[in-house]
Design a protein around this ligand. Structure first.
Ligand code: MG
Length: 174
């Protein structure tokens, strides 16, 4: 087995970046794609970035849904994006919340953004060049996780994600 090549990576928050944040989405019928999301992923693929999704899913700790629901929904989203021309290289979801079942998920407390654990775990699987890598999120905690993982961050406030990514790439590649 050869080690994967060192590449730059784009880390994307899920709810509020790829799909409209309706609060604790855990079924495909709750997924409304953000405008330009599939095109944005494809644009990142074509620019040579690995594309990862990193999502806090405290709904697991809160007992609203299970880890298998998250896995199934993520597989569905990765498949749909693939059909629309965008490749997701990997994803991580953090079930942890400090106020709900904290002991059960304590081993993953460092995964909950703003902690950088999900990003670092992906980086350990996929050698990642931090220079030029970034996270896009709709909350400060997303950007904090990026900063703690040693990469830059861009706050997405809504609109067309592909147009946003085009501007991010212009900034990163200048
Ligand atoms: Mg979000």
């Amino acid at each position: 087995m050869t080690e994967p090549a060192l590449r730059r990576a784009a880390f994307l928050d899920r709810d509020g970046v790829l799909n409209v944040d309706v609060g604790y989405a855990h079924r495909p019928d709750q997924i409304e794609w953000v405008a330009g999301a599939p095109e944005a992923v494809r644009r990142l693929n074509e620019a040579g970035f690995r594309v990862f999704v990193v999502t806090n899913q405290a709904g697991i700790a809160r007992g609203l849904y299970g880890e298998t629901d998250v896995s199934a929904l993520m597989a569905w989203m990765v498949d749909r994006l693939g059909e629309m021309g965008g490749r997701i290289d990997g994803w991580r979801a953090s079930p942890y919340h400090p106020e709900f079942q904290a002991e059960r998920f304590a081993h993953l407390s460092h995964w909950r953004k703003p902690e950088p654990g999900m990003l670092l775990d992906l980086m350990s699987e996929w050698p990642t060049e931090r220079q030029g890598s970034f996270i896009i999120g709709d909350r400060a905690s997303d950007l904090d996780a990026g900063r703690r993982a040693g990469i830059s961050g861009y706050l997405f406030k809504g609109g067309n994600l592909d147009a946003f990514v085009r501007d991010v790439l212009r900034d990163i590649l200048k």
